[in-house]
Design a protein around this ligand. Structure first.
Ligand code: NAG
Ligand code: NAG
Ligand code: NAG
Ligand code: NAG
Ligand code: NAG
Length: 390
């Protein structure tokens, strides 16, 4: 009888070597660009006119989370000038950390999860209701943040809404505009279309919506990242969609059902995260480098010519790839995914997974499982091994 290697030893084969901090970029309500957990600190690069020179201001202060989570994400609650963080503390993955950007103060909101899985979900923060909607294992949940800019001593609760009408294989791509959640890349949807959940009626709209591109540059039916552009007043009307291959940036306008295009980011990185203000789209790549492209709503010609540039102020204060910022582990785990012959790891790599990693790693490794690619690779390795042993 063969001695089948344990799950742990397989895990060690595919685990990235270094633990890395998981930074996040967000805007405050004055559209100062803030980078959190970058090089072990938090930074303000100020407003857009100060990004391309000088140095970001260190805004690190007490009460902040450790930014050691597997895939930290952050969201501006525009009405409250508060930024909410998910997965910023590996030891407490269900906590929501709150940064009150006005008071420059942190607090930690306890959250009970029920069946919600904080290690695997995708979410948007609804602008007007200040409620998170998340798809986790194809079940829709919400978390009502009320008016919080400081944590409430009463725990909040992820509430189960209903199962989504989408196939269980769906790796969610969610975008917010007009208090509607737009689901892109739903299996079976043609390019240039999205399915919609109407938040105010808690209703999965049965018809898909098409977003026409006047110049034929329809967004592809593929996995990617999104960021909603804010408006000077009121709810978002447009969101950017960046496919995982980074070939193009699509802007979908839900007022006139249109799509137009901007240059794809210079750094093609399926594990990058994005944030948008009114006048810029920002990319934080998995080496910790921050870039942006300027944006002018309604000026398609200018947008089509716009170019991505580094946020030099952040690069100067917290150089990409320096010790405690995000390192190349994301691409490292993708490579190991390929090495095992697991093709499925790539798409899964951008999903929030990781806290479900085996806890039984021995003391010789501190390899954090950083994303779904690792899990995909692990599953692939396991399947390949089982197949080989038969
Ligand atoms: C804390 O939460 C409770 C329950 O939701 C609510 O009644 C109370 O008003 C909240 N307190 C603050 C200060 O927001
Ligand atoms: C956008 O599409 C929806 C649904 O097809 C339609 O009701 C709405 O009138 C469209 N908006 C415009 C401006 O065409
Ligand atoms: C829809 O509105 C946006 C924002 O004003 C604009 O950029 C785009 O050109 C419009 N598209 C069409 C087809 O009218
Ligand atoms: C890994 O797989 C992806 C998708 O199949 C492919 O695009 C990429 O080139 C591969 N990378 C390596 C290093 O083989
Ligand atoms: C982290 O999760 C968000 C969605 O919640 C996703 O957009 C992003 O790609 C994920 N990043 C990584 C590195 O997995």
């Amino acid at each position: 009888m063969f001695k089948v290697p344990t799950l742990v030893s397989l895990f060690l084969l595919v685990a990235p070597k270094a633990v890395f901090s998981s930074p996040c970029v967000a805007f405050d309500a004055d559209f100062n660009l803030l980078a959190f957990g970058l090089d072990g600190k938090d930074w303000s690069a100020g407003q857009q006119d100060s990004w391309t020179s000088g140095s970001a201001t260190d805004i690190t202060t007490s009460g902040r989370p450790p930014f050691d989570g597997d895939n930290t994400t952050c969201y501006l609650a525009q009405f409250f000038n508060a930024i909410y963080f998910m997965n910023a503390d590996k030891a407490n993955p269900s906590d929501v950390h709150i940064y009150d950007a006005g008071a420059k103060a942190w607090s930690t909101q306890k959250v009970t999860t029920g069946n919600f899985d904080p290690s695997s979900f995708n979410t948007i923060l609804d602008h007007d209701t200040n409620v998170f909607y998340a798809l986790s294992h194809n079940e829709l949940y919400f978390l009502n943040m009320g008016e919080l800019k400081t944590a409430n001593s009463t725990a909040l609760e992820w509430q189960d809404v209903e199962k989504s009408p989408y196939p269980d294989s769906y790796d969610p791509v969610m975008a917010l505009a007009q208090n509607h959640i737009h689901f892109l890349d739903v299996p079976g949807l043609p390019a240039g279309t999205a399915d919609i959940f109407v938040i105010h009626f808690s209703f999965f709209q049965p018809q898909s919506q098409t977003y026409t591109a006047a110049d034929g540059s329809t967004f592809p039916a593929t996995h990617g990242q999104t960021a909603s552009f804010f408006q000077a007043e009121g709810v978002q009307q447009e969101f950017a969609f960046i496919p995982d291959d980074g070939s193009m940036t699509y802007v979908i306008n839900v007022e006139n059902n249109s799509t137009h295009t901007l240059a794809g980011p210079t750094t093609k990185d399926p594990n990058a995260q994005y944030a948008a203000s009114i006048t810029a789209l920002v990319q934080l790549d998995s080496t910790g480098a921050v870039s942006f492209i300027p944006y002018k709503q309604g000026d398609d010609a200018t947008n089509a010519q716009a170019a991505w540039a580094k946020v030099a102020a952040i690069a100067s204060a917290a150089p990409a790839g320096s010790t405690s910022s995000a390192t190349g582990t994301s691409s490292g785990s993708k490579t190991s995914g390929n090495a095992t012959g697991s093709g499925s790891g790539v798409a899964a790599g951008t999903r929030q997974t990781g806290a479900a990693n085996p806890t039984s790693t021995d003391g010789s490794t501190n390899g954090a499982m950083t994303n779904g690619a690792s899990l995909g690779a692990l599953a692939g390795a396991l399947l390949a091994l089982v197949a080989a042993l038969q």
